[in-house]
Design a protein. Structure first.
Length: 112
């Protein structure tokens, strides 16, 4: 599986191929005991590793294109000195923002 993914991704991403295969094995260990092994376990592992690799490449492209914006945003809103008396209030505000974001109607209900 590593050789196949390395061929698709290129030799410079060998570590990505290895990680994707390892993650597919972890997902198998998490899933198969509860749902049973699929009819073709090898194909399942290949497909999961392939999808993981695609997701990581897409994420890297997305973050790479926006790296400057992300770094600027993190620097602008960096949490200050832990001794800062306003730090606790800042963290509470962040938690409240997260609660409102999770309750936003544009976010669909997660199907189970």
């Amino acid at each position: 599986m590593v050789a196949h993914l390395t061929r698709l991704l290129g030799p410079s991403r060998l570590s990505l191929a290895e990680e994707a295969v390892q993650q597919s094995m972890v997902r198998a260990l998490e899933t198969w005991p509860f749902h049973g092994a699929p009819p073709n376990p090898e194909a399942w592992l290949f497909r999961v590793a392939h999808n993981i690799a695609i997701d990581w490449v897409r994420r890297d492209q997305f973050l790479g294109a926006r790296a400057d914006q992300i770094v600027a945003g993190l620097a602008r809103f960096a949490v200050g000195d832990p001794a800062d008396p306003n730090l606790e209030g800042q963290l509470r505000d962040d938690e409240l923002r997260m609660i409102f974001m999770c309750c936003h109607p544009d976010l669909g209900a997660r199907e189970k």
